[in-house]
Design a protein. Sequence first.
Length: 136
Amino acid sequence: MSDVHVRKVINTSSAPEAIGTYSQAVKVGDTVYISGQIPLVPETGKLIQGGFAKQVQQAFDNLKAVCDAAGGSLRDIVKLNIYLTDMAHFPVVNEVMGRYFLEPYPARAALGVKSLPKDAQVEMDAIMVLHQTLEF
């Protein structure tokens, strides 16, 4: 059987536990599909306090932890989706994201949504490809 068809579930205690019927990530071949990460503190399972920028930072930290557990890094993300309950916060997302990513940036979508789990203000999911060659 080819590795491309084998699914491996990725779990790490360095990111919040799944709060529903899903896995933190699933790896198929060299592609890792990372479930939505909200700004929960992994140790407590509670939403981080301190404002919107702190929420974005915690969501990126959670995303990074899942990437690490899958054998990759944020640099391996090729597609990032960001969900916001208030699109007026979009400039803050860009500012914080600039601390986590270098060029070439992943493809990205930012979507305004009415609400998110646990009353989070931001959520992000991603697709990561391992063992890729980057062209500049």
